[in-house]
Design a protein around this ligand. Sequence first.
Ligand code: FES
Length: 104
Amino acid sequence: MDVKLRPWPEFGRRTPTVMACINGRAPAVGPSCRPRGGDAVAAALEAAIADRGLKLRFKVAYCLSACTRGPNVMIDLCRSRFLEVQPEDVPELLDIVERHLAER
Ligand code: FES
């Protein structure tokens, strides 16, 4: 997993959303997240957010504009990115997100 963190702005009352790309394209058309495991990452992320009881929304996305580095996850309000994520990276990913939430 490669992490590209950006400063987290004041969110006010808004709840950050974690977006996981599950877009799938035919290989002849171009790279995409689903053939690299995007569905498994999305499922692991959604379950882990619920298990931890985090104040985060989760939604799937259909392209986060980093198709060659998928599966990709992005935090909407700060646009921090997690690239080439695998399901086993989800605990570390959420540890990072939790640390940032605690620092706000
Ligand atoms: S297909 Fe996932 S980032 Fe574009």
